[in-house]
Design a protein around this ligand. Structure first.
Ligand SMILES: Cc1cc2nc3c(=O)[nH]c(=O)nc-3n(C[C@H](O)[C@H](O)[C@H](O)COP(=O)(O)OP(=O)(O)OC[C@H]3O[C@@H](n4cnc5c(N)ncnc54)[C@H](O)[C@@H]3O)c2cc1C
Ligand SMILES: NC(=O)c1ccc[n+]([C@@H]2O[C@H](COP(=O)([O-])OP(=O)(O)OC[C@H]3O[C@@H](n4cnc5c(N)ncnc54)[C@H](OP(=O)(O)O)[C@@H]3O)[C@@H](O)[C@H]2O)c1
Length: 362
């Protein structure tokens, strides 16, 4: 059975390109998923393992059955391998950071003609043109998909990325440009691009449209969350109408590096009850103690609320971006959990098992 889907989309962050604003498309078949019942969670309280009922402190649906996002039979993984990649074309490529931002980030859209069917939260591989220093083709690099499954044009025929141009000075004082990120950021519309995948199950969205989805991103780690949020707030699906709470924390160095800010603000206008948006601008903001405003510093300001949400069995946390953020976030969770006599590491293990704690950092 095909599901009719109408996508209402906008692309305000783009400086040089405007995209079609409304299209009607048909999405792939939906398949029934294996169900899991996860009402109880084992936690370590003062060294003892006990089973606790997930405590619901905000209004949550009476739903007790959960659908595993990873048992999704329709999910496609590794359709295109490095030896025989899909050849797409760059349709647009736009710098989305300001000129004074430390580093450049680009948003790009590639054609797929529907041949690379992906879900929100998956990644693709890119093989840069050219050869490495040994004369071998470049190895693929992974990039989180930044568009919803419908794609930015709403026709399921494109895939978008959000890529930071890697440039650094090595120990000899030479400027080094990352192979694939520079290849991508320099791509011109019309150019061919070798795509592998799609891959990844960790960052798939929860199936429950009433879930609380807490999204923690640093820099280009925003990519999968743009994908989630488009599906939640810019599209109309017969089989999915988001009516939970989406809470995005985004950490960037400067306000000129805030990614997709206008899109997110538009979502907030559309659904103020369902979307919370918090930025942490590390080089411009500090907390009351004068400490640098990292994503975990911003989260700490909502510590109690976040901890209460984490006790609900329909709260799902996703983390994407810099590796360093994971420890920072763990540190605040340790102290929060300890207040309730709970060992965070044990609790997190249970959350992970229940697909409620999802991490893709690099
Ligand atoms: C699952 C996953 C998803 C990802 N998603 C995204 C995404 O959405 N957007 C995105 O931009 N990136 C993403 N990445 C990172 C991406 O895969 C590449 O690693 C990144 O673009 C750099 O690749 P490159 O070819 O440009 O650099 P390379 O040519 O591969 O050079 C990178 C190497 O340069 C060296 N290096 C880097 N910085 C320094 C430094 N400051 N000093 C000294 N040496 C240094 C390191 O050895 C590093 O391994 C993701 C990675 C993973 C694993
Ligand atoms: N799926 C994935 O695995 C995935 C997907 C997308 C991107 N990535 C990776 O994620 C990284 C994102 O980098 P970017 O260059 O796009 O980001 P960026 O624009 O440099 O922003 C990163 C932000 O995180 C802050 N930060 C630095 N250390 C931190 C720490 N320990 N804890 C919390 N915040 C910290 C930075 O602050 P200061 O600079 O002021 O210190 C900055 O504000 C890249 O390495 C990219 O390859 C991975």
């Amino acid at each position: 059975m095909a599901t009719a889907v109408t996508a209402a989309v906008s692309f305000p962050a783009s400086k040089s390109t405007s995209l079609p604003s409304r299209t009607s498309v048909t999405s792939p078949d939906r398949i029934l998923f294996k169900k899991l019942s996860l009402q109880y969670r084992d936690v370590s309280v003062s060294g003892r393992v006990v089973s606790v009922r997930a405590q619901v402190t905000t209004e949550a649906p009476a739903k007790v059955e959960k659908e595993s996002k990873k048992q999704d039979e329709g999910l496609i993984v590794n359709k295109f391998k490095p030896k025989d990649p899909y050849i797409g074309r760059c349709l647009l490529n736009t710098k989305i950071t300001g000129d004074d931002a430390p580093g450049e980030t680009w948003h790009m859209v590639f054609s797929t003609e529907g041949e690379v069917p992906y879900r929100e939260g998956q990644s693709i591989g890119i093989i840069a043109d050219g050869v490495d220093k040994n004369g071998k083709p470049h190895k693929l690099r992974l990039y989180s998909i930044a568009s919803s499954a419908l794609g930015d044009f709403g026709d399921s025929k494109t895939v978008s990325l959000c890529v930071k141009r890697l440039v650094y000075t090595n120990e000899n004082g030479e400027l080094v440009k990352g192979v694939c990120s520079n290849f991508l950021c320099d791509l011109k519309p019309g150019a061919e691009v070798k795509i592998t995948g799609p891959i990844g199950k960790e960052m798939l969205m929860p199936k429950d449209p009433n879930a609380t989805v807490v999204m923690l991103a640093t820099g280009t780690g925003i990519a999968p969350f743009r994908s989630f949020l488009w599906k939640m707030f810019f599209e109309k699906h017969d089989d999915y109408r988001f009516n939970g709470l989406a809470w995005l924390f985004l950490g960037v160095p400067t306000s000129s590096s805030l990614l997709y800010k206008e899109e997110f603000e538009k979502m907030k206008e559309k659904a103020p009850e369902n979307f919370r948006l918090d930025f942490a601008v590390s080089r411009e903001q500090t907390n009351e103690k004068g400490e640098k405003m990292y994503i975990q510093t911003r989260m700490a300001q909502y510590a109690e609320e976040l901890w209460e949400l984490l006790k609900k069995d329909n709260t799902f946390v996703y983390m994407c971006g810099l590796k360093g953020m994971e420890k920072g976030i763990d540190d605040i969770m340790v102290s929060l959990a300890a207040k309730d006599g709970i060992d965070w590491i044990d609790y997190k293990r249970q959350l992970k098992k229940a697909e409620q704690w999802n991490v893709e950092v690099y």
